[in-house]
Design a protein around this ligand. Structure first.
Ligand SMILES: C[S@@+](CC[C@H](N)C(=O)[O-])C[C@H]1O[C@@H](n2cnc3c(N)ncnc32)[C@H](O)[C@@H]1O
Length: 416
Protein backbone atom coordinates (compact mmCIF):
# COMPACT_ATOMS: atom_id res chain seq x y z
CA UNK A 1 0.00 0.00 0.00
CA UNK A 2 1.46 3.36 -0.94
CA UNK A 3 2.21 6.37 1.30
CA UNK A 4 -0.18 8.23 -0.99
CA UNK A 5 -3.31 6.60 0.40
CA UNK A 6 -2.47 7.72 3.95
CA UNK A 7 -1.64 11.21 2.69
CA UNK A 8 -4.80 11.40 0.57
CA UNK A 9 -6.89 10.37 3.58
CA UNK A 10 -5.49 13.17 5.73
CA UNK A 11 -5.86 15.67 2.87
CA UNK A 12 -9.57 14.81 2.63
CA UNK A 13 -10.22 14.18 6.34
CA UNK A 14 -7.77 16.01 8.61
CA UNK A 15 -7.96 14.41 12.03
CA UNK A 16 -8.88 15.37 14.63
CA UNK A 17 -11.16 18.01 13.07
CA UNK A 18 -10.45 21.42 14.61
CA UNK A 19 -11.72 24.96 14.10
CA UNK A 20 -8.98 27.59 14.57
CA UNK A 21 -11.61 30.02 15.93
CA UNK A 22 -11.90 27.81 19.01
CA UNK A 23 -8.38 28.86 20.07
CA UNK A 24 -9.97 32.01 21.48
CA UNK A 25 -12.02 29.87 23.86
CA UNK A 26 -9.80 27.07 25.13
CA UNK A 27 -6.41 25.36 25.05
CA UNK A 28 -6.58 21.61 24.44
CA UNK A 29 -4.13 19.93 26.81
CA UNK A 30 -3.24 16.26 26.80
CA UNK A 31 -0.51 13.68 26.62
CA UNK A 32 2.15 13.25 25.45
CA UNK A 33 3.98 16.59 25.42
CA UNK A 34 2.42 18.44 28.32
CA UNK A 35 5.33 20.53 29.58
CA UNK A 36 5.06 19.21 33.14
CA UNK A 37 5.30 15.64 31.84
CA UNK A 38 8.24 16.46 29.58
CA UNK A 39 10.04 18.12 32.45
CA UNK A 40 9.36 15.22 34.82
CA UNK A 41 9.93 12.21 32.53
CA UNK A 42 12.59 13.52 30.18
CA UNK A 43 14.56 16.16 32.08
CA UNK A 44 14.33 14.84 35.66
CA UNK A 45 12.48 18.05 36.63
CA UNK A 46 15.67 20.01 36.13
CA UNK A 47 15.42 21.68 32.73
CA UNK A 48 16.20 25.37 32.71
CA UNK A 49 13.37 26.67 30.55
CA UNK A 50 15.13 30.01 30.10
CA UNK A 51 17.52 28.14 27.78
CA UNK A 52 16.60 27.61 24.10
CA UNK A 53 14.46 24.53 23.49
CA UNK A 54 14.25 22.90 20.08
CA UNK A 55 11.36 20.53 19.45
CA UNK A 56 9.92 18.53 16.57
CA UNK A 57 6.26 17.65 16.27
CA UNK A 58 6.39 14.71 13.85
CA UNK A 59 3.06 14.10 12.13
CA UNK A 60 1.60 17.17 13.80
CA UNK A 61 -1.79 16.83 12.10
CA UNK A 62 -4.31 19.54 12.92
CA UNK A 63 -2.07 20.74 15.72
CA UNK A 64 -3.27 19.60 19.16
CA UNK A 65 0.17 18.67 20.52
CA UNK A 66 1.85 21.48 18.61
CA UNK A 67 -0.47 24.20 19.91
CA UNK A 68 -0.25 22.94 23.50
CA UNK A 69 3.55 22.77 23.46
CA UNK A 70 4.02 26.12 21.72
CA UNK A 71 1.55 27.85 24.06
CA UNK A 72 2.92 26.32 27.26
CA UNK A 73 6.49 27.23 26.31
CA UNK A 74 5.43 30.77 25.38
CA UNK A 75 3.62 31.10 28.72
CA UNK A 76 6.87 30.52 30.62
CA UNK A 77 8.91 32.69 28.26
CA UNK A 78 10.99 29.78 26.93
CA UNK A 79 12.93 30.68 23.77
CA UNK A 80 11.48 27.79 21.78
CA UNK A 81 12.08 26.67 18.21
CA UNK A 82 9.40 24.18 17.19
CA UNK A 83 9.33 22.34 13.88
CA UNK A 84 6.07 20.85 12.63
CA UNK A 85 6.15 18.07 10.06
CA UNK A 86 3.24 16.44 8.26
CA UNK A 87 2.31 14.88 4.93
CA UNK A 88 -1.04 16.60 4.75
CA UNK A 89 -1.43 20.20 3.49
CA UNK A 90 -5.01 20.32 4.77
CA UNK A 91 -3.92 19.37 8.31
CA UNK A 92 -1.03 21.79 8.22
CA UNK A 93 -3.32 24.64 7.16
CA UNK A 94 -5.48 24.06 10.22
CA UNK A 95 -2.49 23.75 12.56
CA UNK A 96 -0.96 26.89 11.08
CA UNK A 97 -4.19 28.86 11.50
CA UNK A 98 -4.40 27.75 15.14
CA UNK A 99 -0.85 28.89 15.80
CA UNK A 100 -1.58 32.20 14.04
CA UNK A 101 -4.78 32.66 16.09
CA UNK A 102 -2.64 32.51 19.23
CA UNK A 103 0.01 34.83 17.79
CA UNK A 104 2.69 32.25 18.54
CA UNK A 105 5.92 32.80 16.62
CA UNK A 106 7.99 29.77 17.59
CA UNK A 107 6.78 27.32 14.91
CA UNK A 108 8.21 26.49 11.48
CA UNK A 109 6.03 24.31 9.24
CA UNK A 110 7.42 21.61 6.96
CA UNK A 111 5.44 19.61 4.44
CA UNK A 112 7.36 16.35 4.57
CA UNK A 113 7.28 12.72 5.69
CA UNK A 114 9.00 11.50 8.83
CA UNK A 115 10.97 9.17 6.58
CA UNK A 116 12.52 12.18 4.84
CA UNK A 117 13.55 13.92 8.08
CA UNK A 118 17.29 13.22 7.67
CA UNK A 119 17.24 15.05 4.32
CA UNK A 120 15.70 18.21 5.79
CA UNK A 121 18.92 19.12 7.62
CA UNK A 122 17.15 20.35 10.75
CA UNK A 123 19.79 19.00 13.14
CA UNK A 124 19.01 17.45 16.50
CA UNK A 125 16.08 18.13 18.79
CA UNK A 126 15.74 18.44 22.55
CA UNK A 127 12.31 16.88 22.33
CA UNK A 128 10.21 15.08 19.74
CA UNK A 129 6.44 14.59 19.88
CA UNK A 130 5.04 11.79 17.75
CA UNK A 131 1.44 11.26 18.73
CA UNK A 132 -0.82 8.91 16.82
CA UNK A 133 1.45 8.70 13.79
CA UNK A 134 3.89 5.76 13.94
CA UNK A 135 1.06 3.22 13.62
CA UNK A 136 0.20 4.69 10.19
CA UNK A 137 3.72 4.31 8.78
CA UNK A 138 4.70 1.51 6.39
CA UNK A 139 7.57 0.70 8.76
CA UNK A 140 6.89 2.19 12.22
CA UNK A 141 10.10 0.81 13.74
CA UNK A 142 12.17 2.45 10.99
CA UNK A 143 10.24 5.69 11.55
CA UNK A 144 11.01 5.64 15.26
CA UNK A 145 14.69 4.92 14.54
CA UNK A 146 14.80 8.00 12.31
CA UNK A 147 13.27 10.11 15.07
CA UNK A 148 15.65 8.66 17.67
CA UNK A 149 18.60 9.54 15.46
CA UNK A 150 17.39 13.14 15.34
CA UNK A 151 17.27 13.39 19.11
CA UNK A 152 19.92 15.14 21.15
CA UNK A 153 21.67 12.78 23.58
CA UNK A 154 20.20 14.95 26.36
CA UNK A 155 16.73 14.89 24.84
CA UNK A 156 13.64 12.71 24.86
CA UNK A 157 10.57 11.73 22.98
CA UNK A 158 6.83 11.48 23.69
CA UNK A 159 4.92 8.83 21.77
CA UNK A 160 1.39 7.62 21.32
CA UNK A 161 0.42 4.50 19.43
CA UNK A 162 -2.81 2.53 19.33
CA UNK A 163 -3.34 -0.24 21.87
CA UNK A 164 -4.38 -3.60 20.49
CA UNK A 165 -6.75 -4.89 23.17
CA UNK A 166 -8.56 -1.61 23.79
CA UNK A 167 -9.27 -1.35 20.06
CA UNK A 168 -10.85 -4.76 19.97
CA UNK A 169 -13.59 -4.75 17.39
CA UNK A 170 -12.01 -2.04 15.22
CA UNK A 171 -10.12 -4.31 12.85
CA UNK A 172 -13.01 -6.72 12.20
CA UNK A 173 -15.09 -3.62 11.35
CA UNK A 174 -12.37 -2.32 9.02
CA UNK A 175 -12.27 -5.74 7.33
CA UNK A 176 -16.06 -5.89 7.00
CA UNK A 177 -16.20 -2.39 5.53
CA UNK A 178 -13.57 -3.34 2.97
CA UNK A 179 -15.86 -6.24 2.00
CA UNK A 180 -18.80 -3.82 1.78
CA UNK A 181 -17.20 -1.54 -0.82
CA UNK A 182 -13.51 -1.02 -0.11
CA UNK A 183 -13.11 0.40 -3.61
CA UNK A 184 -15.91 2.97 -3.28
CA UNK A 185 -15.24 6.71 -3.00
CA UNK A 186 -14.67 7.91 0.58
CA UNK A 187 -18.07 9.61 0.94
CA UNK A 188 -19.89 6.43 0.01
CA UNK A 189 -17.72 4.37 2.36
CA UNK A 190 -18.59 6.73 5.21
CA UNK A 191 -22.30 6.37 4.40
CA UNK A 192 -21.90 2.58 4.41
CA UNK A 193 -20.09 2.73 7.76
CA UNK A 194 -22.85 4.87 9.28
CA UNK A 195 -25.51 2.49 7.99
CA UNK A 196 -23.61 -0.47 9.40
CA UNK A 197 -23.10 1.24 12.79
CA UNK A 198 -26.87 1.65 13.11
CA UNK A 199 -27.47 -2.04 12.57
CA UNK A 200 -24.72 -3.84 14.45
CA UNK A 201 -25.81 -6.93 16.34
CA UNK A 202 -25.36 -6.63 20.09
CA UNK A 203 -22.71 -9.35 19.97
CA UNK A 204 -20.49 -7.41 17.55
CA UNK A 205 -17.08 -6.87 19.15
CA UNK A 206 -17.02 -3.19 18.20
CA UNK A 207 -20.52 -2.64 19.59
CA UNK A 208 -19.42 -4.32 22.82
CA UNK A 209 -16.35 -2.14 23.29
CA UNK A 210 -17.19 0.89 25.46
CA UNK A 211 -13.77 2.51 24.95
CA UNK A 212 -14.16 3.67 21.35
CA UNK A 213 -16.65 6.51 21.50
CA UNK A 214 -14.26 9.47 20.92
CA UNK A 215 -13.75 8.87 17.24
CA UNK A 216 -17.46 8.42 16.67
CA UNK A 217 -18.10 11.85 18.18
CA UNK A 218 -15.69 13.44 15.67
CA UNK A 219 -17.98 13.41 12.62
CA UNK A 220 -17.08 11.92 9.25
CA UNK A 221 -13.36 12.40 9.87
CA UNK A 222 -13.65 10.35 13.06
CA UNK A 223 -15.52 7.53 11.33
CA UNK A 224 -12.98 7.52 8.53
CA UNK A 225 -10.02 7.58 10.92
CA UNK A 226 -11.36 4.73 13.01
CA UNK A 227 -13.13 2.39 10.61
CA UNK A 228 -11.87 3.19 7.11
CA UNK A 229 -8.23 4.04 7.67
CA UNK A 230 -5.88 3.53 4.76
CA UNK A 231 -3.34 1.97 7.09
CA UNK A 232 -3.15 1.52 10.83
CA UNK A 233 -2.06 -1.11 13.25
CA UNK A 234 -2.15 -1.46 17.01
CA UNK A 235 0.39 -2.49 19.64
CA UNK A 236 0.62 -4.44 22.83
CA UNK A 237 2.59 -2.40 25.32
CA UNK A 238 5.38 -5.00 25.20
CA UNK A 239 5.70 -4.48 21.46
CA UNK A 240 5.90 -0.72 21.93
CA UNK A 241 8.65 -1.12 24.51
CA UNK A 242 10.55 -3.49 22.19
CA UNK A 243 10.25 -0.94 19.38
CA UNK A 244 11.53 1.82 21.69
CA UNK A 245 14.44 -0.42 22.70
CA UNK A 246 15.28 -1.25 19.07
CA UNK A 247 15.50 2.48 18.34
CA UNK A 248 18.24 2.85 20.97
CA UNK A 249 15.89 4.43 23.52
CA UNK A 250 14.64 3.43 26.96
CA UNK A 251 11.10 4.09 28.21
CA UNK A 252 10.79 6.34 31.26
CA UNK A 253 7.02 6.32 31.73
CA UNK A 254 3.71 4.99 30.50
CA UNK A 255 0.84 7.43 30.86
CA UNK A 256 -1.27 7.15 32.93
CA UNK A 257 0.92 5.02 35.21
CA UNK A 258 -1.96 3.61 37.31
CA UNK A 259 -3.46 1.98 34.25
CA UNK A 260 -0.26 -0.03 33.78
CA UNK A 261 -0.20 -1.34 37.36
CA UNK A 262 -1.88 -4.72 37.99
CA UNK A 263 -2.60 -3.57 41.56
CA UNK A 264 -5.11 -1.08 40.10
CA UNK A 265 -7.25 -4.02 39.03
CA UNK A 266 -6.49 -6.83 41.51
CA UNK A 267 -6.48 -7.00 45.28
CA UNK A 268 -5.72 -10.70 45.83
CA UNK A 269 -2.17 -10.91 47.27
CA UNK A 270 -1.73 -14.42 45.88
CA UNK A 271 -2.19 -13.10 42.35
CA UNK A 272 -0.29 -9.89 42.93
CA UNK A 273 2.82 -11.46 44.48
CA UNK A 274 4.23 -12.97 41.27
CA UNK A 275 3.29 -9.85 39.31
CA UNK A 276 5.01 -7.60 41.84
CA UNK A 277 8.17 -9.66 41.44
CA UNK A 278 8.34 -8.67 37.74
CA UNK A 279 9.98 -5.54 36.39
CA UNK A 280 7.62 -2.63 35.79
CA UNK A 281 7.41 -3.04 32.01
CA UNK A 282 6.46 -6.71 32.36
CA UNK A 283 3.90 -5.69 34.99
CA UNK A 284 2.56 -3.21 32.46
CA UNK A 285 2.06 -6.07 29.99
CA UNK A 286 0.10 -7.95 32.64
CA UNK A 287 -1.98 -4.87 33.46
CA UNK A 288 -2.85 -4.47 29.78
CA UNK A 289 -3.98 -8.10 29.59
CA UNK A 290 -6.03 -7.64 32.74
CA UNK A 291 -7.70 -4.34 31.92
CA UNK A 292 -8.30 -5.05 28.25
CA UNK A 293 -9.32 -1.42 27.67
CA UNK A 294 -6.05 0.35 26.83
CA UNK A 295 -6.89 1.71 23.39
CA UNK A 296 -3.77 3.85 23.19
CA UNK A 297 -0.32 3.67 24.72
CA UNK A 298 1.48 6.89 25.63
CA UNK A 299 5.17 6.60 26.48
CA UNK A 300 8.12 8.85 27.18
CA UNK A 301 11.57 7.62 26.20
CA UNK A 302 15.14 8.90 26.29
CA UNK A 303 18.48 7.70 24.90
CA UNK A 304 19.51 4.55 26.76
CA UNK A 305 22.67 6.23 28.00
CA UNK A 306 20.75 8.41 30.41
CA UNK A 307 17.66 6.36 31.16
CA UNK A 308 18.49 6.11 34.86
CA UNK A 309 18.73 9.89 35.31
CA UNK A 310 15.77 11.10 33.24
CA UNK A 311 12.89 10.90 35.74
CA UNK A 312 12.38 13.40 38.57
CA UNK A 313 12.66 11.95 42.09
CA UNK A 314 11.21 13.33 45.32
CA UNK A 315 13.76 14.90 47.64
CA UNK A 316 13.55 17.87 50.03
CA UNK A 317 14.43 20.39 47.30
CA UNK A 318 11.80 19.09 44.86
CA UNK A 319 8.80 21.34 44.22
CA UNK A 320 5.63 19.29 43.68
CA UNK A 321 3.34 20.69 40.99
CA UNK A 322 -0.23 19.64 40.35
CA UNK A 323 -1.73 19.53 36.87
CA UNK A 324 -5.36 20.53 36.56
CA UNK A 325 -7.29 21.59 39.65
CA UNK A 326 -5.26 23.32 42.40
CA UNK A 327 -4.28 21.21 45.42
CA UNK A 328 -6.57 23.12 47.71
CA UNK A 329 -9.57 22.20 45.57
CA UNK A 330 -8.66 18.52 45.38
CA UNK A 331 -8.07 18.53 49.14
CA UNK A 332 -11.60 19.84 49.74
CA UNK A 333 -13.07 16.79 48.01
CA UNK A 334 -11.02 14.27 50.01
CA UNK A 335 -12.29 12.73 53.21
CA UNK A 336 -9.65 11.40 55.60
CA UNK A 337 -9.49 7.64 55.19
CA UNK A 338 -11.90 7.89 52.25
CA UNK A 339 -11.62 6.80 48.67
CA UNK A 340 -10.99 8.55 45.39
CA UNK A 341 -13.04 7.30 42.46
CA UNK A 342 -11.14 7.03 39.20
CA UNK A 343 -12.61 5.95 35.89
CA UNK A 344 -11.26 5.31 32.41
CA UNK A 345 -12.72 3.68 29.32
CA UNK A 346 -15.42 1.66 31.03
CA UNK A 347 -13.38 0.73 34.13
CA UNK A 348 -13.96 2.36 37.50
CA UNK A 349 -12.06 1.91 40.73
CA UNK A 350 -11.61 3.60 44.10
CA UNK A 351 -8.18 4.30 45.54
CA UNK A 352 -7.80 4.72 49.32
CA UNK A 353 -6.77 8.19 50.42
CA UNK A 354 -4.64 8.56 53.55
CA UNK A 355 -5.54 11.08 56.25
CA UNK A 356 -2.49 13.20 55.38
CA UNK A 357 -3.31 13.62 51.71
CA UNK A 358 -5.69 16.54 52.17
CA UNK A 359 -3.29 18.79 54.12
CA UNK A 360 -0.37 17.91 51.82
CA UNK A 361 -2.33 18.62 48.64
CA UNK A 362 -3.66 21.85 50.11
CA UNK A 363 -0.07 22.97 50.78
CA UNK A 364 1.10 22.27 47.21
CA UNK A 365 1.09 25.55 45.33
CA UNK A 366 3.72 24.91 42.64
CA UNK A 367 6.29 27.05 44.48
CA UNK A 368 6.89 25.40 47.85
CA UNK A 369 9.53 22.68 48.03
CA UNK A 370 8.92 19.47 49.94
CA UNK A 371 11.07 20.80 52.79
CA UNK A 372 8.92 23.95 52.92
CA UNK A 373 5.68 21.98 52.87
CA UNK A 374 6.98 19.79 55.67
CA UNK A 375 7.92 22.85 57.73
CA UNK A 376 4.54 24.47 57.08
CA UNK A 377 2.64 21.40 58.27
CA UNK A 378 4.93 20.89 61.27
CA UNK A 379 4.29 24.55 62.15
CA UNK A 380 0.55 23.80 62.22
CA UNK A 381 0.82 20.60 64.30
CA UNK A 382 4.30 19.49 65.31
CA UNK A 383 3.09 16.42 67.18
CA UNK A 384 1.33 15.02 64.17
CA UNK A 385 3.74 16.08 61.41
CA UNK A 386 6.95 14.41 62.52
CA UNK A 387 9.53 13.93 59.74
CA UNK A 388 8.72 10.21 59.53
CA UNK A 389 4.97 10.90 59.33
CA UNK A 390 5.44 13.53 56.63
CA UNK A 391 7.72 11.22 54.61
CA UNK A 392 5.19 8.36 54.76
CA UNK A 393 2.19 10.56 53.96
CA UNK A 394 3.93 12.36 51.11
CA UNK A 395 5.12 9.05 49.63
CA UNK A 396 1.52 7.82 49.56
CA UNK A 397 0.21 11.08 48.12
CA UNK A 398 2.92 11.16 45.48
CA UNK A 399 2.42 7.52 44.50
CA UNK A 400 -1.31 8.02 43.96
CA UNK A 401 -1.37 11.43 42.28
CA UNK A 402 1.70 10.83 40.13
CA UNK A 403 0.19 7.56 38.96
CA UNK A 404 -3.00 9.48 38.08
CA UNK A 405 -0.79 11.80 35.98
CA UNK A 406 -1.65 14.77 38.19
CA UNK A 407 1.48 15.35 40.29
CA UNK A 408 4.96 16.17 39.01
CA UNK A 409 8.24 17.37 40.45
CA UNK A 410 10.47 20.25 39.54
CA UNK A 411 13.90 20.82 41.06
CA UNK A 412 15.43 24.11 40.00
CA UNK A 413 15.08 26.99 37.61
CA UNK A 414 12.34 29.50 36.89
CA UNK A 415 8.75 29.14 38.06
CA UNK A 416 6.84 26.28 36.48
C1 LIG B 1 -4.14 10.89 13.59
S1 LIG B 1 -3.21 12.21 13.03
C2 LIG B 1 -2.41 12.72 14.53
C3 LIG B 1 -2.06 14.17 14.51
C4 LIG B 1 -1.47 14.77 15.77
N1 LIG B 1 -0.18 14.24 16.08
C5 LIG B 1 -2.42 14.66 16.93
O1 LIG B 1 -2.10 13.92 17.88
O2 LIG B 1 -3.48 15.28 16.90
C6 LIG B 1 -1.88 11.48 12.13
C7 LIG B 1 -1.10 12.47 11.28
O3 LIG B 1 0.10 11.83 10.85
C8 LIG B 1 0.37 12.28 9.54
N2 LIG B 1 1.25 11.27 8.91
C9 LIG B 1 0.95 10.01 8.55
N3 LIG B 1 2.03 9.42 8.03
C10 LIG B 1 3.04 10.31 8.07
C11 LIG B 1 4.40 10.29 7.68
N4 LIG B 1 4.94 9.21 7.15
N5 LIG B 1 5.14 11.41 7.89
C12 LIG B 1 4.60 12.52 8.46
N6 LIG B 1 3.30 12.60 8.82
C13 LIG B 1 2.54 11.51 8.64
C14 LIG B 1 -0.98 12.39 8.90
O4 LIG B 1 -0.97 13.24 7.76
C15 LIG B 1 -1.82 12.92 10.05
O5 LIG B 1 -1.90 14.33 10.04
Amino acid sequence: MSEDRVRDQYEAYPYPPRDPRDEAKRLIEGSPSHRLEIDHYVFAGRRDWREPFKALVAGGGTGDGLVMLAQQLADIGCPAEIHYLDLSHASRNIAEARIRARELTSVTFHHAAIESLPRLGLGRFDYIDCCGVLHHLADPAAGLRILAQSLSLEGGIGLMVYGELGRSGVYPMQELLRMLGGGDPAERRIETAKRLLRQLPATNLFARNPALGDHLRAGDAGIHDLLLHARDRAYRVGELIAMIDAAGLAPTALIEPWRYDPASYLADPKLLAPLNAMDRWRRAEAAELLAGNLKIHIAYAVPKTRAAAAVAMPDPTAVPILKGAPGIEIARGLKPGGRLTVAADGFETRFPTGAGMGPILAAINGRRSLAEIEALLAGQDSKRWTPAHFAAEFAQTYRLFNSLNRLFLRHTGPPA
